[in-house]
Design a protein around this ligand. Structure first.
Ligand code: PLP
Length: 389
């Protein structure tokens, strides 16, 4: 659990990625060293790996209350998100409208922007100052030519939770397919796509590395009877829905991590929320001109996103890094761009807060000592930057 501390850092960027748990690593090891066959082979040395993949599929399905056969493995959540939207458009050639929000992950937003260039119309629903959607805006946006609604469960930058169950009900009533990017929700809140009272999404995306599996493996849930046509054409793998030789070791890792995420879920909030709250309140109460971004309660228990007015986030992050604290100014995928956070900009368009915010995201292994040290370092760093500014 403590790989991050062995490297001498305080890791508060769990929304970017998480350490591979030792049990996950051990579960994967034989598939690198001894059992490295190709599952599509006819001889037993390879073919027996099909069973291993099915066990992992069942473990991932269990985490989201799905049937195994409705879960497909992918290379990452970016692929899952692209594949879901692509499938919905393919199934409805006469419908070229997509509804999404202004605060989705770039794997949805940039795909939608590429589709606009190919003639699709996209509605980007706005959010309010707390990062919340108005369901009436969704109702108004859905039109006869809408093929799919793609709205995330939990925002990666602020942790704000969208009312996904209500969104799914609206989509169903209007006869529109619903894709939910549940990447940040998995392992942090209960996900249940089962028929009875569950989330009635048609597609749901997951990324292994956000819940202690390795990077490079994801999954896409496709509801039975929801249309699907492959994004990646190739061999007969994944019931011909996604070509490409299966990465057995990573799939096994995602299965094991899903099993562990489910085991840890009942204690997750109780462990993580008090530490997140202590950090958040400590910063907001003791550092002047700081402001929370995101709804106070409709939010993941592990995430806090705070604007430090008058301080450039990059400068603050460098000083924290010098003290061994890993935090970020938003999505890891956009960390190397000069663009301010599109999420905070959508919430507070009039301000330059999007350049002055940092995100801290905790994990199950985060300790009170680490939170105390982070508070002290953040106070010191913001004091220095304000004095010099
Ligand atoms: N969706 C959300 C909400 C995410 O936070 C991320 C990763 O940060 C992704 C999708 C894409 O995941 P990956 O980079 O593993 O493809």
């Amino acid at each position: 659990m403590c790989a991050e501390r062995r490297q001498g850092v305080i890791y508060l960027d769990h929304n970017a990625t998480t350490p591979v748990l030792p049990e996950v690593f051990e579960a994967m090891r034989p598939y690198f060293t001894e059992q490295w066959g190709n599952p599509s082979s006819t001889y037993k040395f390879g073919a027996k790996l099909k069973t291993v993949i099915e066990t992992a599929r069942a473990q991932v399905a269990e985490l989201i209350g799905a049937q195994s056969r409705d879960v497909m493995f992918t290379s990452c959540a970016t692929e899952s998100n692209n594949a879901a939207i692509h499938a919905a458009l393919k199934a409805n050639p006469g419908k070229r409208h997509i509804v999404t929000s202004a605060v989705e992950h770039s794997s949805v937003l940039n795909f939608c922007m590429a589709l606009e260039k190919d003639g699709c119309r996209v509605t980007y629903l706005p959010v309010d100052r707390d990062g919340l959607l108005k369901l009436a805006d969704l109702e108004n946006a859905i039109a006869d030519e809408t093929a799919v609604v793609s709205l995330m469960w939990a925002n990666n930058e602020t942790g704000v939770l969208f009312p996904v169950k209500e969104i799914a009900v609206i989509c169903r009533a209007r006869g529109v397919l619903y894709h939910c990017d549940a990447v940040q929700a998995a392992g942090k809140v209960e996900i249940d796509v089962s028929r009875d009272g569950g989330l009635q999404a048609d597609y749901l995306s997951l990324a292994g590395h956000k819940f202690h599996a390795p990077k490079g493996v994801g999954a896409l849930y496709v509801r039975r009877k929801a249309p699907f046509s492959p994004l990646i054409h190739g061999g007969h793998q994944e019931r011909s829905l996604r070509g490409g030789t299966e990465n057995v070791a990573l799939i096994v890792g995602m299965g094991k991590a899903a099993e562990l995420a489910q085991k840890h879920l009942p204690g997750y909030e109780k462990k993580v929320r008090p530490l997140r709250d202590a950090l958040e309140e400590g910063i907001l109460n003791s550092i002047p001109n700081t402001e929370l971004n995101g709804h106070k309660s409709k939010r993941l228990a592990n995430t806090t996103n705070i604007t430090f007015h008058g301080i450039e986030a990059e400068a603050l992050l460098i000083l924290l890094d010098q003290e061994g604290i890993c935090a970020s100014s938003g999505s890891a995928c956009l960390a190397d761009s000069d663009e301010p956070s599109h999420v905070v900009k959508a919430m507070k368009p009039e301000s330059i807060a999007s350049r002055q915010m940092i995100r801290l995201s905790l994990g199950l292994a985060t300790t009170a000592t680490e939170i105390e040290a982070t508070l002290v370092a953040t106070r010191r760093a913001s004091g220095m930057l304000r004095d010099s500014g």
